[in-house]
Design a protein around this ligand. Structure first.
Ligand code: SF4
Length: 333
């Protein structure tokens, strides 16, 4: 049975910050703040559509949940806990800033049935955090993560790639430091430049160019493999597609199927590894699990084209009983 979330967005509400990349209203796609009624509506809609409560979390996303006015946070938690008890949902998930976690807040979250906490780490490089007006340090991420684990919550960390004053080397270092913290889950967001943000201004001034989706895909494919190798689940890769992001984006790495783009890159790398010692005068059939055939071929068959450009004559075919990312190569006669 697959896992799902009932998502309630808390856009920018109460957030003490103004991060360089953030326009929460654009990201969450709504202008007003969430209310207990929104929790009720979201839950009742999910129940009507027959979600399986034991595999479903009530999730507050979008802003900094623990930084909103205490009475608002408590009223949202009260509503969520009410439905948690009635329907026996798997738990409650929240996302917040690393500097908005302390023992007092964690005790409250525990009492209201919160099970998973995600922190926006974004970078583990203090210069990058400063340049992007994050208002917290890498140590804040380490300290908050430690406390969250001590209290027995599931820990999620979110990181961004391609921020102002960062580069893929610094981003890789961030990933390594996140791995050291050992979170349960990670979300990777390549930077998307939105209208009315500081990054938008820097871009306009010619001070900053965010990497494109194509530039970011092979790098994020590498990060994906680094985390998975350590058994850290990457639960999100790229911003979710929404009309508001599409209409407000003015640069950076937005792609509606970014994860697929990254997974396509992994297939290309693995296929090239398999072909590296092979004779380019031969023709080959590359077999992958038939469920992932389109990913292995790449979007608009870009992997097939890339293989051809490198001098290999091959076709990619689907086959039963192969693992994800398992590749078999045979020569055609
Ligand atoms: S802390 Fe989060 S909600 Fe606040 S400005 Fe930064 S990204 Fe946006």
């Amino acid at each position: 049975m697959s896992h799902s979330n009932i998502s309630i967005f808390v856009p920018h509400k109460g957030c003490p910050n103004d991060c360089s990349f953030c326009n929460q209203r654009a990201i969450s796609g709504q202008m007003t703040s969430a209310t207990p009624k929104d929790v009720e509506d979201a839950v009742e809609t999910a129940i009507k559509y027959k979600v399986d409560p034991k595999n479903t979390e009530i999730a507050f996303f979008g802003g900094s949940f623990t930084a909103i006015k205490r009475e608002d946070m408590l009223s949202l938690l009260t509503a969520a806990k009410h439905f948690l008890d009635i329907y026996k949902f798997k738990g409650i998930r929240i996302s917040t800033r690393p500097d908005c976690i302390n023992e007092d807040i964690l005790s409250i979250l525990k009492n209201y049935g919160v099970t998973a906490i995600e922190l926006g780490a974004q970078s583990m490089n203090d210069d990058v955090l400063l340049a992007n007006h994050r208002g917290h340090t890498a140590d804040d991420v380490r300290d908050a993560s430690k406390l969250i684990k001590e209290y027995g919550f599931e820990l999620g960390l979110q990181m961004m790639t391609g921020l102002y004053k960062s580069d893929f080397q610094k981003d890789e270092q961030t990933a390594l430091e996140i791995i050291e913290i050992k979170p349960d889950t990670v979300r990777i967001y390549p930077t998307v430049v939105l209208k009315n943000t500081h990054l938008g201004y820097l871009q306009e001034m010619g001070e900053y160019i965010a990497p494109t989706a194509e530039d970011s895909a092979s790098f994020c494919a590498k990060l994906l493999q680094m985390f998975e190798k350590e058994n850290i689940k990457v639960i999100k890769l790229g911003l979710h597609s929404s009309e508001t992001v599409e209409s407000d984006m003015i640069g950076g790495a937005y792609h509606p199927a970014f994860r697929e783009l990254c997974e396509g890159e992994i297939y290309l790398t693995k296929i090239l590894e398999k072909l590296s010692a092979k004779d380019k005068n031969q023709q080959y059939v590359i077999y992958v699990n038939k469920k992932v055939l389109s990913k292995a071929k790449g979007q608009q068959k870009r992997n097939e084209k890339a293989l051809k450009n490198q001098g290999f004559h091959c076709i990619i075919k689907g086959k039963e009983n192969l693992e994800e990312f398992q590749i078999e190569v045979t020569e055609t006669i």
